[in-house]
Design a protein around this ligand. Structure first.
Ligand SMILES: [Cu+2]
Length: 371
């Protein structure tokens, strides 16, 4: 989602990639840009894709102001290629290029991230996905294969650089450093076998939930789950530093919500200190306080739904807490939310946005009259 795969070239039997660790600018969603660190101009860096049995050579050039390394999370490799600064290799100083070389022993889904000043560098967005495809293309075959990393930032409204010392109170819960409504939807043809690979490099777990389907977990960063060990789920909790691949057959058309089930994670930057005002009559108070404190914001007395639709003045470079316009009104989401769009009759290979789902007559919840 919102990403791309790294280019490579063959050189004497080695598949060569080049990662450049550097400061980047990332649009988190329209209206907000963050100053992050990443690879090859973006955070997350490009997805590395290769095939089981390949020998890969990965050049890592450091254009950060401090040293770094790259750790290949989940990969079976020689210890000296594991990328732990100080333990398995010297740090890569600014301006230098190091080389990692290892054979890909097994297929699956892996991640890469620094193992050097890790708290800072991961809070700044340094991470990427690493897919190793099976050597036999008939193995684990699917029609649609999505991947994203779960990450989180703490960026004060009006600021651009994450607060790197934050431990748990992040205010931007993102997929590939994007938040709703800036996250790509997942377009799928009716009947497609679909895989979604999700890696979690935040500091908390994320119960990822898909509407309209049950699915099975077919892979972890440890490898493929044997079919006899799979069970049906509609939510899978993705632990810190873990990856899960889920699969389902898209047999039910619709616009199916797909999101983290922690409700604070489907909101954008919010003031967690906002007092609950449900049931309190505070008409006129906001206006009077606003004269003194122009950015003052109060929770609505009927809940917070009003605030999503309200045209509230926001500081520069931030996003509304709840936002997004759907075919039936405001969607009132933010953060880790997207839509799996399952459609009949999509041309094979054409996965552009098919627009909103046209519900067959008589299949939408409706108002009961005369009750
Ligand atoms: Cu979450």
């Amino acid at each position: 989602l919102n990403g791309w795969s790294a280019p490579w070239r063959m050189n004497d039997g080695w598949k060569e990639f080049h990662l450049v660790a550097e400061p980047v600018e990332r649009e988190v969603a329209p209206g907000m840009t963050a100053h992050l660190w990443g690879y090859n101009g973006q955070s997350p860096g490009p997805t590395i894709e290769a095939v089981e049995g390949d020998k890969v050579r990965i050049f890592v050039t450091n254009r950060l102001p401090e040293h770094t390394t790259v750790h290949w999370h989940g990969m079976l490799l020689p210890c000296g290629m594991d990328g732990v600064g100080g333990l398995t290799q010297p740090q890569i100083p600014p301006g230098k290029t190091f080389v990692y070389e290892f054979p890909l022993k097994k297929s699956g889904t892996f991640m890469y991230h620094p193992h050097a000043d890790e708290m800072v560098q991961m809070a700044m967005g340094m991470m990427g996905s690493f897919i190793v495809h099976p050597r036999d293309p008939g193995q684990h075959r699917v029609d649609r294969d999505f991947i994203f990393l779960i990450n989180a930032y703490d960026i004060e409204p009006g600021a651009m650089t994450p607060k790197v010392a934050t431990m748990t109170e992040f205010n931007l819960w993102s997929w590939n450093s994007r938040v709703f409504p800036g996250i790509d939807h997942l377009a799928v043809r009716k009947g497609d076998r679909v895989r979604i690979r999700i890696g979690n490099l935040t500091m908390t777990n994320h119960p990822i939930h898909l509407h309209g389907y049950d699915f099975v977990v077919t892979g972890t960063d440890g490898g493929w789950v044997p079919p006899s060990a799979r069970w049906p789920e509609v939510t899978t909790d993705i632990g810190v530093g873990a990856m899960r691949a889920i699969e389902f057959t898209a047999d039910e058309p619709g616009d199916w919500a797909f999101h983290c089930h922690k409700s604070h994670h489907t909101m954008n930057a919010m003031g967690h200190n906002v007092p609950t005002m449900i049931g309190v009559d505070h008409k006129g108070v906001t206006e009077r306080i606003t004269r003194l404190v122009p950015d003052y914001m109060l929770m609505g007395e009927r809940g917070m739904a009003d605030m999503g639709e309200m045209e509230m003045p926001l500081p520069d470079n931030t996003l509304p807490m709840m936002t997004g316009a759907g075919p039936f009104g405001a969607i009132e989401m933010g953060g880790m939310f997207s839509v799996v769009k399952v459609r009949e009759g999509l041309a094979r290979g054409d996965y552009r946005d098919p627009g909103w789902y046209q519900h067959p007559p008589g299949t939408v919840a409706y108002e009961a009259k005369n009750v």
